[in-house]
Write a protein that binds this ligand. Structure first.
Ligand code: SF4
Ligand code: SF4
Length: 150
């Protein structure tokens, strides 16, 4: 913008520009003041999770046939599976996912022939150390049966 030659004129132009700048800034402030806040009071308020969200896995152990397709499909080897037997008689001893490495890429889900591993909506991976991010998804659902047979 051109500077006025006259000192008095320059003085009033500066006042005008300052007021215009303040008015523009206050316009934005007032507009946002009446809008709905985008922040949430977490954890009292929880976000709405979209359908396509890929959170921590859901594992249906009873349907797992220990085929290891998910383990082979995982690009970074973060699934660790321990079992005895194969197919419908498989006994799953451990199904662990290391979430310090998981990419949430969904490839394990796509590879599973029995649809027993899915991406869930849980996102809370809070932990005091890295070991807390390695999650065991299998439960010892066979312990009662094994105790009886022993
Ligand atoms: S989502 Fe991807 S990275 Fe994570 S366990 Fe499945 S295949 Fe591996
Ligand atoms: S691909 Fe599915 S059925 Fe096969 S081991 Fe993985 S979770 Fe179990």
């Amino acid at each position: 913008m051109r500077r006025p030659k006259n000192k008095v004129a320059e003085y009033f132009v500066n006042i005008y520009r300052s007021l215009a700048t303040i008015a523009a800034g206050m316009g934005v402030t007032i507009k946002v003041f009446f809008q709905k806040p985008v922040t949430l009071q977490y954890p009292d308020e929880l976000p709405v999770i979209e359908e396509a969200f890929r959170g921590l896995h859901i594992y249906e152990q009873e349907k797992c046939i220990a085929c290891e397709m998910c383990v082979k499909a995982c690009p970074i080897d973060c699934i660790s599976l321990q079992y005895e037997g194969k197919g419908k008689k498989a006994r799953i001893k451990s199904y662990r996912i290391d979430y310090t490495k998981c990419l949430f890429c969904n490839l394990c889900v796509e590879a599973c022939p029995t649809h027993c591993i899915k991406m869930g909506k849980e996102y809370n991976l809070c932990s005091y150390d890295r070991a807390g991010c390695v999650r065991e998804l299998a439960e010892d659902i066979y312990s009662e049966r094994s105790t009886v047979s022993e």
